[in-house]
Design a protein around this ligand. Structure first.
Ligand SMILES: Cc1ncc(COP(=O)(O)O)c(C=O)c1O
Length: 411
């Protein structure tokens, strides 16, 4: 056994995601067609005006302030106040190299315990683990749109002795593609028990009905809003995210700023300057077109896959579906995903990666295996998409969903 690695790190296992990716690569090398439904990345290009701004700022070479460029923080606060109905000032905003890093630092500094709905995004739990924070899970159901009900939340809180509790809430949700419909109910329980909420709103601008609501509206005093460029403008690789931390949580914000300065110092200067454009500019045409495509592709996948043997909740935002194959019988969801990959070439991620019991035959399907630039450029002017567009611009979605359906019918 290696003695070079700390015990709490050694326990971390590579997720099933990695195994699926390795197997996909191996099969692909052997000539098998792979449908890349495992990968959670926006297929769309970054809007041209934002890319141009990056080019124009490439010469910016100094370290910026650890909290982030003031102009950018002002632009983000204004954007949140306008679109979310918040009341943030630039002092409340902290810029980081992606929200994942900020979440990690938050876990490091937080004195208390973590509450996660299952399913939850893959990194919350391992980060808590590294920071030695105890995690409590709330198992949710598709009948409540894969979010905890206020009653479930209250019951769970009552079973926890610790007073400081940080609840992660992610709507629109990765992995389920659904939206939390009882924000008010959850907020009222949170308020009663003085929870801190980390509202992961990375997919907020990809809400299909464009009527995004943030829990911060119902519980502004102790909700941290987390978002960034990665999903709505297709800039995951630029690594820019932010936290908006309200004044009553100033203690957390100040501590986070210190950890930022002691870890990454500041986010890349050209990226921060370009991000001002992202938050100040009007990208409504781009966003409308992106949402239209995602909603169409998501609904196609949903309509064509659901059956009395495949349970799925209708997609409402982001780019994921969370199908349950009720007649599948495998030792674990991971084994099921391996079987699907080997038989059909469709790569999915097992539900167990998201905190569900591995005996639940459920998987995450990301419907982004298409050339987003081509799809967007060719349909920008059209009011309505149809199946012919889908066949033309997203053939892997059509073929992959067919293959998956055949697999489920053959069980
Ligand atoms: C739910 C969720 N939260 C956070 C992130 C991390 O995003 P960022 O690129 O800001 O680190 C992702 C990215 O996959 C995500 O799906």
């Amino acid at each position: 056994m290696s003695k070079l690695i700390k015990d709490q790190i050694k326990i971390l296992k590579p997720s099933a995601t990695l195994a699926i990716n390795e197997e996909s690569k191996r099969l692909s090398k052997n000539g098998k067609k792979i449908f890349k439904f495992g990968f959670g990345q926006s297929p769309f290009p970054i809007p041209d005006s934002i890319v141009l701004e990056l080019k124009n700022n490439a010469q910016k070479n100094t370290y910026l302030s650890m909290q982030g460029l003031e102009e950018l923080r002002i632009a983000i606060a204004n954007d949140l106040n306008k679109n979310n109905g918040n009341n943030f000032s630039e002092e409340d905003i902290v810029i980081g190299p992606g929200t994942k890093e900020l979440m990690f630092l938050m876990q490091i500094l937080f004195q208390g315990e973590i509450l996660l709905p299952a399913p939850s995004w893959v990194s919350y739990q391992p980060q808590a683990f590294i920071a030695k924070n105890k995690v409590h899970w709330i198992q949710t159901k598709n009948s409540s749109n894969w979010f905890p009900t206020p009653e479930q939340l209250e019951d769970k809180i009552k079973s926890i002795k610790e007073k400081n509790i940080l609840l992660f809430l992610n709507s629109p949700n990765n992995p389920s593609g659904t939206i939390c419909e009882d924000l008010e109910g959850i907020a009222s329980v949170a308020k009663k028990h003085k929870l801190i909420i980390l509202s992961d709103e990375i997919y907020s601008y990809l809400t299909f009905d464009d009527k995004y609501k943030s829990i911060s509206n119902f519980y502004p005093e102790r909700t941290i809003v987390s978002s960034g460029l990665s999903k709505w403008c297709g800039a995951g690789g630029w690594r820019l995210g932010f936290f908006a931390i309200p004044e009553p949580l100033k203690e957390l914000r100040d501590s986070l700023k210190i950890l930022c300065s002691e870890s990454f110092s500041s986010v890349s200067a050209p990226i921060q300057f370009a991000a001002i454009k992202a938050y100040r500019g009007d990208h409504s045409i781009y966003l409308k077109a992106v949402r239209k495509i995602l909603a169409f592709v998501g609904n196609y996948a949903y309509e064509n896959l659901k059956s009395n043997l495949v349970n799925i909740t209708k997609p409402q935002g982001g780019f994921y579906l969370f199908p349950e194959f009720t007649n599948a019988k495998f030792a674990s969801s991971s084994e099921m995903c391996k079987d699907i990959l080997n038989k059909t070439g469709v790569a999915l991620l097992p539900g167990s990666d998201f905190g569900l019991n591995s005996s639940k035959m459920i998987a995450r399907l990301s419907y982004t295996d298409f050339d987003g630039t081509n799809f967007l450029n060719n349909t920008l002017g059209s009011n309505k998409l149809d199946n012919a567009d889908l066949k033309k611009y997203a053939p892997n979605i059509v073929d992959g969903i067919n293959a998956l359906k055949e697999w489920s019918n053959s069980l």
